[in-house]
Write a protein that binds this ligand. Structure first.
Ligand code: ADP
Ligand code: UDP
Length: 236
């Protein structure tokens, strides 16, 4: 399948149309941004790591009953996916307090939450992706109740599957962001990516951060951390 026109260029990926109107090609970039685009940089090799790591994890989820957009990895940076209309929500699942939750609720980073937390943010850069709840989502017509129930059920199942899978690789899944979309017939499937850009991964033994927080917080060793995740999950 060949790329035709570029449909969209985002902060981390480009999306191209193909000859098949139901399929598109995502191309992962090395560009890195944080704090709603205020901090910009490059992480050498990041695009390639995120592409293969995301595909690897989506393949595992698909084998365990989660429908995903993954069709075929085309090369180290590009993947053929089912084209969806993205539900404009960032679905965030948290097992351990970190980042904005720690700040907002005054919880020390690393504290295990007594219950897994699900949050929704409305995907709108101009508004700074505000936190919303089920009522806002219905009031804005972002998704109907049935779709939202599906999204929440998939998100928790993904958490169980991913947490267990990563644990075997010595990685603690702290929190993550996922996105869903609707296919042409209205089916809800997992889209976008699951990578060190969109998850907090901590080494199970040492607690070392192996994710984008190394870039956000200027911790150094950013490229090595991404590569470590690739090695642990794909063995190369
Ligand atoms: P952003 O838009 O936040 O800068 P990216 O650089 O990752 O993010 O851009 C990729 C865009 O492609 C995102 O808006 C994402 O929602 C969208 N997307 C992800 N998967 C699909 C898909 N299967 N079909 C259509 N759009 C997708
Ligand atoms: N996240 C993301 N994209 C965003 C916001 C958050 O992928 O636009 C991920 C982030 O990597 C982390 C989780 O969602 O794994 C929770 O992020 P948080 O709300 O703590 O925000 P942050 O501290 O990144 O501002």
């Amino acid at each position: 399948m060949k790329k035709t026109v570029q449909l969209y260029e985002g902060k981390a990926k480009k999306v191209y149309a193909t000859e098949d109107e139901n399929l598109c090609i995502v191309s992962y970039k090395d560009d890195a941004t944080a704090f709603n685009g205020l901090k910009k940089g490059t992480i050498e090799g990041k695009g390639a790591v995120n592409n293969v790591v995301s595909n690897h994890l989506m393949r595992m989820l698909e084998q365990n009953g989660i429908p995903t957009h993954l069709v075929e990895e085309l090369n180290d940076r590009e993947t053929l996916v089912k084209k969806v209309s993205i539900v404009p929500l960032e679905v965030i699942i948290r097992n351990i307090a970190a980042g904005s939750l720690s700040k907002r609720l005054g919880l020390p980073e690393g504290e295990k939450l007594k219950k897994t937390v699900l949050e929704y943010c409305y995907k709108d850069d101009d508004l700074g992706d505000p936190l919303v709840n089920e009522y806002h989502i219905a009031a804005l017509g972002i998704a109907d109740d049935e779709e939202l129930a599906t999204i929440a059920a998939y998100s928790f199942k993904i958490n169980d599957l991913l947490s267990a899978y990563l644990k075997d690789a010595g990685i603690e899944l702290i929190d993550y962001k996922i996105e869903f979309g609707r296919t042409a017939d209205g089916t809800i499937i997992l889209a976008d990516e699951i990578s060190p850009d969109t998850c907090r991964f901590w080494d199970s033994k040492t607690g070392k951060k192996l994710d984008k927080d190394r870039f956000r917080r200027d911790l150094g060793g950013v490229e090595d951390a991404y590569d470590e995740i690739r090695k642990r999950l794909l063995g190369k």
